[in-house]
Write a protein that binds this ligand. Structure first.
Ligand code: SAH
Ligand code: SF4
Ligand code: F3S
Length: 437
């Protein structure tokens, strides 16, 4: 017989929405009286909150399951959650005998009762996408770090031909505005000064009367909330109203993650991206007109089936034209059940490797240039973690750059710094007062 677990650990992989889900699962287990296991200590229950977006991520989840066997041969209760759980369902139990329960991203509010079923000798699987919202049954939020995530929209109706998200997360659903505002207030009361609104297609958020811009304007009225961000946006849902919010809502930070994936119209069409290179540029122009200092970041896929050297050169061209402040780039990974996986002319791995290297080198040039351009300037950072060196703290600028600074300010403080050095992914800074003195 399996004893009831007293301690738990939640390990999240993948996107920020998974990080958010992981926090909510931890709160749910905490409300059941379980305690989070200390770093390095054994937990009675381990939740692996997995990602399915690329092949390696899923493999890594299964090898993580294997590693949970303890030296004495025993193991914790293992819950497979997240997008691999959704995609694999019952199959996950066959792939690993060690998995005790499988719970999809829309069913995790049932986690405590499923754990009770495991204690009762069962191996439950729940990958339903029920009409009732899991959010309605999750506990009220009580504590938060200075920078919090808040999921406002889930699922995706875009069906890019390479992507598993529409099948692992289901159709696009927007949470009610009232619930979001209540959760945002709770996060601010619990210590948050910055909230990042999350959704697989966050800018598709809408209700009967307003779009994401309206929601942002409402949230901006919350006292104590200093910074608002949102991610990830789809180019086709980037409305003029949302762009206007960047011009006139001071709490909305000057940062936009707007994935383009490829700079070739032929490839974008094969990807079913529903935007063209020209329409993407038109959007970027409008955004920059509204907020000239905005930092643009993006996602790229190299080696999509049929991508020629010329198509790839078009991607490098778009990188140079937009001058991304930051970017994520990936080799195309065929995902089971997606249309692209069975397309002819898959690109050889060696070609993908070489293109990814060239793309990343180019992206690093632009992110370094973006960071260098801020050297010598004063800016406010929100401190969110400690640095490695004694007395060193790390905080974020409005443009989401990490600044390392020596200070006795605490996590959650907002302080004025002057940046003095730039790397591709971070900045060095000194206190503005120290410089003046
Ligand atoms: N909804 C967001 C993010 C989706 S997943 C969007 O549409 O932009 C995050 C990123 O993973 C994508 O932007 C894409 O660049 C990458 N990605 C998704 N599926 C992939 C695949 N099969 N192979 C390689 N990269 C992929
Ligand atoms: Fe995937 Fe495309 Fe939807 Fe983004 S928009 S989640 S890439 S299907
Ligand atoms: Fe991964 Fe699922 Fe997010 S596949 S990227 S965890 S939506």
């Amino acid at each position: 017989m399996t004893p009831s677990p007293k301690s738990f650990r939640v390990k999240s992989f993948g996107c920020q929405m998974n990080v958010y889900d992981g926090e909510r699962m931890a709160e749910l287990l905490g409300a059941e009286g379980m305690v989070a296991a200390a770093e390095g200590a054994d937990a009675d229950l381990v939740v692996l909150n997995t990602c399915h977006i690329r092949e390696k991520a899923a493999d890594r989840a299964y090898s993580d399951v294997g590693r949970l066997r303890r030296a004495d041969g025993s193991k914790p209760i293992i819950a497979l959650a997240g997008c691999v759980a959704q995609a694999e369902g019952e199959e996950a139990k066959r792939r690993s005998k060690m998995i005790d329960l499988v719970v999809g991203p829309q069913a995790y509010h049932r986690l405590p009762e499923m754990v009770a079923e495991v204690v009762g000798g069962k191996r439950p699987v729940d990958t339903d996408m029920p009409a009732i919202s899991k959010f309605d049954v999750l506990p009220v939020r009580q504590r938060s770090g200075p920078s919090a995530f808040l999921t406002v929209q889930e699922g995706c109706d875009k069906f890019c031909t390479y992507c598993v998200v529409p099948s692992t997360r289901g159709a696009e659903v927007s949470r009610p505005a009232g619930d979001i505002v209540t959760e945002a207030r709770a996060l601010v009361d619990g210590g948050a000064r910055e909230i990042t609104l999350l959704g697989q297609n966050v800018n598709a958020w809408a209700n009967e009367t307003q779009g994401l811009d309206g929601l942002i304007r409402t949230l901006a009225g919350i006292e104590g909330l200093e910074r608002i961000r949102y991610t990830t946006s789809h180019p086709t849902d980037m409305t003029d109203a949302l762009i206007a919010a960047h011009a006139d809502v001071p709490k909305l930070m000057p940062y936009l993650h707007l994935p383009v994936q490829s700079g070739s119209d032929r490839i974008l069409k094969a990807m079913n991206r529903s935007h063209s290179v020209a329409s993407y540029f038109a959007t970027i122009d409008k955004v920059r007109a509204a907020r000239p200092d905005i930092a643009i970041s993006g996602d790229f896929i190299v080696g999509f089936p049929g991508e020629t050297e010329e198509n790839f050169a078009d991607t490098l061209r778009i990188v140079d034209a937009v001058r991304y402040a930051a970017a994520y780039s990936f080799k195309y990974s065929p995902r089971p059940g997606t249309p692209a996986a069975t397309m002819s002319d898959q690109v050889p791995a060696a070609v993908m490797d070489e293109r990814l290297q060239r793309l990343q080198a180019r992206l690093a040039e632009h992110s370094t240039a973006f960071n260098r351009a801020t050297v010598g300037k004063a800016t406010t950072i929100l401190i969110d973690r400690r640095g490695r060196l004694p007395g060193q703290m790390i905080g974020k600028t409005p443009w989401l750059q990490s600044v390392f600074v020596e200070t006795n300010a605490k996590i959650g403080d907002m302080i004025e710094v002057i940046t003095v050095s730039a790397l591709p992914n971070s900045l060095g800074g000194v206190l503005a007062t120290a410089k003046a003195a």
